[in-house]
Design a protein around this ligand. Sequence first.
Ligand SMILES: *Cc1c(COP(=O)(O)O)cnc(C)c1O
Length: 360
Amino acid sequence: MQSAINFGAGPSMIPQEVLKEAQTHLLDFHGHGLSIMEASHRSSMYEEVHNRAIEDIKTLLHVPEDYDVLFLQGGASLQFAMVPLNLSQGGVIEFVDTGTWSSKAIKEAKIMGLNTRVVASSKESGYTHIPENIAFSDEADYAYITSNNTIYGTQYKTFPDATAPLVVDASSDIFSYPIDWNKTSLLFAGAQKNAGPSGVTIVIIKRNLLERVNETVPTMLRYQTHAEANSLYNTPPTFGIYLLGLTMKWIKAQGGVEAVRQYNEEKAALLYNAIDASEGFYVGHALPGSRSLMNVSFNIKDKDKTLEAALLDLAQKEQMVGLKGHRSVGGLRASIYNAMRKEGVQALVDLMHSFAKTHR
Ligand SMILES: *Cc1c(COP(=O)(O)O)cnc(C)c1O
């Protein structure tokens, strides 16, 4: 049994059941006499794991027939470059800037000399909310959003409408709600927050976008290459994909993404209620209408560094780890992804409550 409650933003908590199952089969994979880690990616033993993971993603997210699910490497960060490399047609790319991760995506498109336009931004307010009335133009090559802002703790309640293909960075909230595929043409996520360990990036792309790619794009950087080869063009991160697959199986056992979302709403409510009931002792970073169900970023009154350190210290003693806020926002951040149990959140809420009582 693990003793720590892991509130880390990523890599983050993986369900105990997943880790245990991996442990059970680590040396001898279901009677094959070797570890899945040691198996060729061309073996039927591995291919079964690989294809099962893809199928389970399709089932869980109700991925339509005309989309491909890809397993890539290079993290979500490589997608900041790979998306424009594959989808840009020399026109304008439109972004909503909701913080660090969208800014980084904009930066990559700019490095390539592409024409970028920020149609909405919450930068002026310190990224405390998702902008309202987002209006993408009809002429864009594609539109781009970050569904959950891991650092600031803001999240879209629904994806905005776009006539151009909508690209979504869902690295920190994939598998926590159903995806509206009528609105979404490409969705990507690094696995290490809500889908497994680091080292795998999931890309779900509408097949008609694969043909857009320019002849000058290198083989490994084309979605087409990986789609045609079922993500087996070269050696994929096999062990990571195996663990991701076990995580998919776990989500199915929880009742799927709809059930997970409901549970997550209850978990997040515990924490936001504690912040709201603290009479200003705790101050949430995100405005109420934009609050993330995944990352709860908050400060202690007057952004008091001594109190912050004292609370982190106390949490550490109770084996609650990963609560330090991102350096760009400061304060604390509790990441409560799918794998976090309600008991873990309740333990943090209890700690916050007693801490506020003694330090008010
Ligand atoms: C963590 C994160 C990234 C970066 O992921 P890497 O896999 O480390 O490149 C990108 N976007 C969002 C929203 C994230 O939370």
